[in-house]
Design a protein around this ligand. Structure first.
Ligand SMILES: Nc1ncnc2c1ncn2[C@@H]1O[C@H](COP(=O)(O)OP(=O)(O)OP(=O)(O)O)[C@@H](O)[C@H]1O
Ligand SMILES: [Mg+2]
Length: 348
């Protein structure tokens, strides 16, 4: 059994899209290795497969690839798949790991021909490193600075052809010159429930646990369109089935396990429901300011805004208006309350 499952009010709740290091390690075993195993995202998959096949047919390194989209949808997985499909080795770094332009210069100048350089969280690269990267991506060159102060000089060093795969959850934060250096950009979107079911069936197979079709459907529908969450809920249901059940992942086991973790039919957890509840019952549907709402649920405004709100807004449960947050009709329905007759409170 895994220990230390955080409190549901914590950002580490089972339905949050981010993953910590131990979870990333557990995920590695479930990662699809080849493009054909990668479930869903048909458009991106087809486009990418063309880019890769064409490059291989030409015997050249493919264009640089940018992968954007929310956490847990498969950016890192795709970066690894790209290298695997090309039969190339993969070097991994990230925006925050590169403190100075020199760190990046060192990585770039050690690349072998045809290697794939994965830069995760590329929107977090420091400006000087970013500038060095444009040149490297476009001209396959780095300027190595030798010496210090007035006597310093830049020696251009040419690089073998290689492919950068950048990943970002915030494509909008990438400066245009960097974005333009990518020949192909794939945007990952939330998955449909039937796609998540396929992810779950595949994962259950890899974990060697018997998963009923109805249980897969149930878990998928509470996974917020995110494979990472689906796989996480699957592990929690497996725990339940092994400890409280007979090891079989039935619909009953799925429902019981998800009740323990307070994940409801729509994939909302305790904090999400607390926010809806405060909005509807305490503030009559709003509009109410973020700070007031946060106090009502006993949380920091930042937690409400970054942890709970994105999904509530995406689901059409909560609206953001200039005068504050409002509950939309599905929020009342979700809480089993009558939707108030349309009044200006609803349309802030
Ligand atoms: N299309 C898919 N098919 C099957 N499994 C998937 C798919 N996409 C993601 N997964 C699974 O979901 C988990 C998270 O995927 P991944 O780490 O690639 O997400 P990410 O987009 O890189 O997230 P982050 O922004 O947090 O880095 C992995 O364990 C992976 O196996
Ligand atoms: Mg990732």
């Amino acid at each position: 059994m895994e220990v230390g499952e955080p409190d549901a009010f914590d950002a580490g709740s089972v339905v949050r899209p981010a993953a910590d290091e131990p979870e990333r390690a557990a995920e590695a075993a479930l990662r699809p290795r080849r493009l054909e195993e990668f479930v869903g995202q048909r458009v991106v998959r087809d486009q990418l497969s063309l880019v890769l096949e064409a490059a291989m047919a030409r015997g050249r390194a493919p264009d640089h690839v940018l992968l954007s989209g929310p956490p847990g949808l498969g950016k890192t997985t795709l970066a690894m798949i790209i290298a695997a499909e090309l039969g190339a080795s993969l070097r991994v770094t990230s925006g925050p790991a590169i403190q100075h332009a020199g760190d990046l210069a060192a990585v770039l100048s050690s690349l072998d021909e045809g290697e794939v350089l994965f830069i995760d969280e590329i929107h977090r690269l420091a400006r000087p490193a970013e500038e060095l990267l444009y040149v490297a991506m476009e001209d396959f060159r780095v300027d190595v600075v030798v010496g210090k102060g007035a006597g310093a000089s830049a020696i251009p060093l040419s690089l073998p052809p290689f492919t950068v795969v950048g990943a970002t959850t915030r494509a909008g934060l990438l400066p245009a010159p960097l974005r333009d250096r990518f020949g192909f950009t794939g945007h990952l979107d939330f998955y449909a429930d039937d796609e998540l079911e396929r992810v779950l069936v595949r994962s259950a197979g890899l974990l060697g646990v018997p998963l009923d079709a109805e249980a897969a459907a149930e878990i998928a529908s509470r996974s917020r369109g995110t494979p990472r969450i689906a796989n996480r809920l699957l592990r929690r249901v497996r725990d339940w089935a092994q400890v409280r059940g007979d090891g079989h992942l039935s619909l009953d086991a799925a429902r019981s396990a998800l009740a323990v973790y307070e994940v409801d039919e729509r994939g909302l957890d305790r904090l999400d429901r607390a926010v809806l509840d405060a909005l509807c019952r305490r503030f009559g549907g709003g509009p109410v300011g973020l700070t007031t709402l946060a106090v009502a649920v006993g949380e920091e405004p930042e937690t409400v805004e970054t942890v709970a709100e994105p999904f509530l807004v995406r689901e059409g449960l909560v609206g953001r208006t200039p005068r504050g947050r409002v509950a939309l009709p599905p929020a009342w329905e979700h809480l089993g309350l009558a939707v108030p007759v349309a009044s200006d409170t609803l349309f802030g």
